[in-house]
Write a protein that binds this ligand. Sequence first.
Ligand code: 7RM
Length: 541
Amino acid sequence: MLHDQVCRAANVLKRNGIKKGDRVCIYLPMVLELAISVLACARIGAIHSVVFGGFSAQSIADRINDAQCKLVITADGSYRGNKEIPLKSTVDDALIGCPSVQKVIVLTRTRTPVAMLKGRDIWWEQELKQVTADCVAEEMDAEDVLFILYTSGSTGKPKGVVHTTGGYMVYTAYTFQNVFQYTAPVGERAPVHFCTADIGWITGHSYIVYGPLASGATSLLFEGVPTYPDAGRFWDIVDKHQVNILYTAPTAIRSLMGMGLDKVENHDLSSLQVLGSVGEPINEEAWHWYDDHIGKNRCPIVDTWWQTETGGLMISPIANVTPLKPAYASLPLPGVQPVLVDESGKEIEGNGVSGNLCIKFPWPGMIRTTYGDHERCRQTYFATYPGLYFTGDGCLRDEDGYYRITGRVDDVLNVSGHRIGTAEVENAINMHTGVVESAVVGYPHDIKGQGIYAYVITDQMPADHDADLTKRDILATVSRVIGPIAKPDKIQFVSGLPKTRSGKIMRRILRKIAEGETTNLGDITTLLDPAVVEEIASGVL
Ligand code: 7RM
């Protein structure tokens, strides 16, 4: 059935002028047509660029323009909990500034009224009536581009990570089958794999679409949130569809943990065989809750460390093979060569050490370039430590040689498993009228892993009653520029920022203050104006 529908969708793309190498932007909710659209592009050699449905019109426009997309696939709207989210109208706003886009295919989902521009906008359902299910797959070179996926880094502008046809598909299938110990079905029913990520992120690309489907697995797609209609939603799905592999993020586990066991205990979870964790470090408390209450101490937990840039899993236990240690991604997969380096780039050997995590040797799923700017790719990943791929993560290797990822060492935040650059958030805040300058850092958050803390200088220090209004306006601005996921959790108005004499903001100090540390702030003698630190620390939220 999937093959039939992919061929039909591929023919729709072809009849709308899409050829091998053209870029197609996909902005859809988590419906089957999202996976079908992705695979339809792959079938005809078009390059897909999926944009997560939570991003703003401005973010969509930036991504479309960077990749010069010719066509957009979207829906009238999507559901999120009990809310309806308009998608097509957001695309309409985006396209005001996107001259490369010639066609927009609109799927009917919520039946929200939409404006349909003559000559540009067409309905998915009507187009499907015009095509057959015969579509020969385009012949591709292993190194032909398969897709672009934008991800945040330490600079303001997200990078278009490029993956290619051969290496990426081989690597996602290889890692999927080995890490989750997926076995081909013996009887009628293929094991059911439920990855709760959105296809808008790399986890969804690799472990909802490509890895499982290339392996013949049944991949379960979930359009919703873990807490609607109640906190038992995941367990209801596991029970109803007899899920065998569950792959989710620590932030989801932490949020469900807090909602009591009664939502878990009224469901049959005995079909589960393997549990996975991804996106951020999993704390021991969450690991044990997952192990005790979901896996009932009989399912291995694979804590999988990897990145958009790595295409697939890199450091992870192999289910039922690798002895587990809570909160450890454990050991590199066969073929992966991690190294820890110090600030000068010198390799740190031996065990019981920590450093910056790099990879020494290429692997099939590795990033090939950043779209349209190869030099940026070289600079970002291969220039910090010559001869090595630098991950941006800090890591420790314990006495047993086990790896534990400690978090980003660059200016990238991980908020509920979403990657957000501090510079991106600062740029968005700075677009708000009256804002002179801002500095954004992360701070530990019980559920999200990291929260976003913004220090903001305005042209006039807002009085108490104005401060709340100004904060709300800043949040609205960030939502408008990036999307709701990038909204700061805390905003503190300050009169200055701690800067060195050369004008560099000392984020180390701001991070400490945001963490609640107001006295031991380390060396502040190199600051231009050390007094500002006291003011900021005394006003910490
Ligand atoms: C898959 C994904 C990548 C960043 C990465 C890490 C963090 C991901 C783990 C983890 C600790 C893990 N891609 N990260 N997995 N940290 N343990 N198992 O999330 O490109 O969106 O983010 O996520 O900091 O560099 S991503």
